[in-house]
Design a protein around this ligand. Structure first.
Ligand code: FES
Length: 103
């Protein structure tokens, strides 16, 4: 389970929960985790750089904001389409075994 506000420890998620060539959004943690290629896990902010909506889904190789259609590449957060002016910022994660943690 994810770390809660009380500070108990636990993984944010597991590697098995992140599809290769895709990703998953964790809005409660403000992070989207992707796995562009097998075994490579990246994390980005969920805050769209256009007008600050929370990105909603990972599909078709991009992290997608439904507010105005911005799309960010799962490989590096760079803008693939839509009005967003900047990439999604990276977030630090640590992968230990099959566990993925923030920080
Ligand atoms: S806020 Fe995401 S596309 Fe406009």
């Amino acid at each position: 389970m994810a770390t809660d506000d009380a500070g108990t420890t636990g993984p944010l998620t597991t590697t098995a929960a992140i599809p290769v060539g895709g990703g998953a959004v964790f809005p409660e943690h403000g992070v989207v985790i992707t796995q562009p290629t097998a075994g490579l896990f990246l994390a980005f902010s969920t805050t769209c750089t256009h007008q600050g909506c929370t990105v909603r889904a990972v599909a078709g190789g991009t992290i997608n904001c439904f507010c105005h259609g911005s799309r960010f590449r799962i490989t590096d957060g760079s803008v693939a389409g839509g009005p967003a002016p900047e990439p999604l910022p990276r977030r630090p994660i640590t992968v230990t075994g099959d566990s993925i943690n923030l920080g």
